[in-house]
Design a protein around this ligand. Structure first.
Ligand code: NAD
Length: 360
């Protein structure tokens, strides 16, 4: 298969590309606008691989997309390009509407026009796989309830509302035009190459630098965590064996309170990096409670039974094994982290000098 992946320079997209190149014969075309979240240094292991090509392109660019579809003739699209950080969506929602809603509609139209040019057999084999989030379901009030594929959408943040809108567009393109779509809604991911604005990498790197470890409110929000390589395996499984028109929830069966995640990272660092930053006796002493995020959802938890029953996928990592691998990765990839933290991963791409300011 030739797979056109959008957002392949991001956290999950780069894990997916590394996984597909290492474990399948598929050819990959990575379409990415390289926003602050896109980092080609996360794809160094596949650069130069003949089965991998990169197209620097915004998914809102209809003409550019038409050219990419005509040139590369993909058998499938895996759509991950998005603005993905909830806090940024609260500060400035417009970019989220533009990329997540308008961009998805533009991509759907480009895919549909290309799909209509295919032979009947290629048309029925074609797949448009939309990668979404469990945040579209909103908040779970009860302590034992789980999101299923039929849970009503009730997004809380501009981010989750824009992702919910994109899911509806994809479903409509299937129902109205017959485009063979797949939708997956996944829980919180963590693992290597995660941009350090997100909780787990932020806590690891701040701890190593002796900086405060910010925890929203009392840290009692519950999230269901999935190791990113388990997500990549699930996405491959859905792409290859999922039924068009269907939605699959993906989750790790790993519900954790935010405060417990931060405590677990501190405990791992005590073992793996025992040289504390000078100011504190224990990493946990750096935990700092900060004002809660407006509209913060209390609990997400996903029922991933359908993908297990129907497609045979199950996560390989527990939270303990995945978190240990993640902490070890950040300890051994300090150059990648430093270049993200000081902005040089972007500066070189933009042709700026080392001392030029770089916008994040
Ligand atoms: P990310 O922010 O790390 O990466 C997003 C990528 O998309 C970047 O490479 C960026 O350059 C690119 N991009 C952004 N706007 C673009 C545009 N207009 N045109 C082309 N490329 C553009 O995101 P992520 O965490 O890897 O998430 C990937 C997808 O998975 C998103 O759709 C997100 O909603 C979904 N998701 C994420 C999580 C999670 O925990 N991170 C969980 C479930 C679902």
């Amino acid at each position: 298969m030739k797979v056109l992946i959008t957002g392949g320079a991001g956290f999950i997209g780069s894990a997916l590309i590394r996984h597909l190149v290492a474990h399948t014969p598929h050819r990959i075309v990575n379409v990415d606008a390289l926003t602050y979240a896109g980092n080609l240094e996360s794809l160094e292991s596949v650069t130069g691989e003949p089965r991998y090509a990169f197209e620097h392109l915004n998914i809102c660019d209809a003409q550019g997309l038409a050219r990419v579809f005509a040139q590369h003739k993909p058998d499938a699209v895996m759509h991950l390009a998005a603005e993905s950080h909830v806090d940024r969506s609260i500060d400035g929602p417009s970019a989220f509407i533009q990329t997540n809603v308008v961009g998805t509609a533009t991509l759907l139209e480009a895919a549909r026009h290309y799909w209509l040019t295919l032979s009947p057999s290629a048309r029925s084999a074609f797949r448009f796989h939309h990668i979404s989030t469990d945040e579209v379901y909103g908040d779970l009030a009860g302590t034992t309830d789980l999101f299923t594929e039929t849970t009503a959408y009730a997004p809380s943040s501009p981010y989750s509302a824009s992702k919910a809108a994109s899911d509806h567009l994809v479903r409509a393109w299937h129902r109205t035009y017959g485009l063979p779509t797949l939708i997956t809604n996944c829980s919180n991911n963590y693992g290597p190459y995660h941009f350090p604005e997100k909780l787990i990498p932020l806590v690891i790197l701040n701890a190593l630098e002796g900086q405060p470890l910010p925890v929203y409110g009392a840290g009692l929000q519950v999230r269901d965590w999935l190791y990113v390589e388990d997500h990549a395996r699930a996405l491959q499984c859905v792409l290859e064996t999922g039924v068009p028109g269907e939605t699959y929830n993906i989750g790790g069966h790993n519900e954790q309170r935010n405060i417990d995640v931060v405590q677990s990272i501190c405990t791992l660092l005590e073992e793996l990096a025992p040289m504390h930053p000078a100011r504190v006796a224990h990493y946990a002493d750096l935990i700092t409670h900060v004002t809660d995020r407006p509209g913060h959802d209390a609990r997400y938890a996903i029922d991933a039974g359908k993908i297990g029953r129907e497609l045979g996928w199950a996560p390989q990592e527990t939270f303990a094994s995945g978190l240990r691998k993640t902490v070890q990765w950040y300890l051994t990839h300090r150059t990648w982290c430093r270049r993200v933290q000081n902005g040089s991963y972007q500066r070189e791409r933009l042709g700026l000098h080392d001392d030029a300011p770089c916008r994040h």
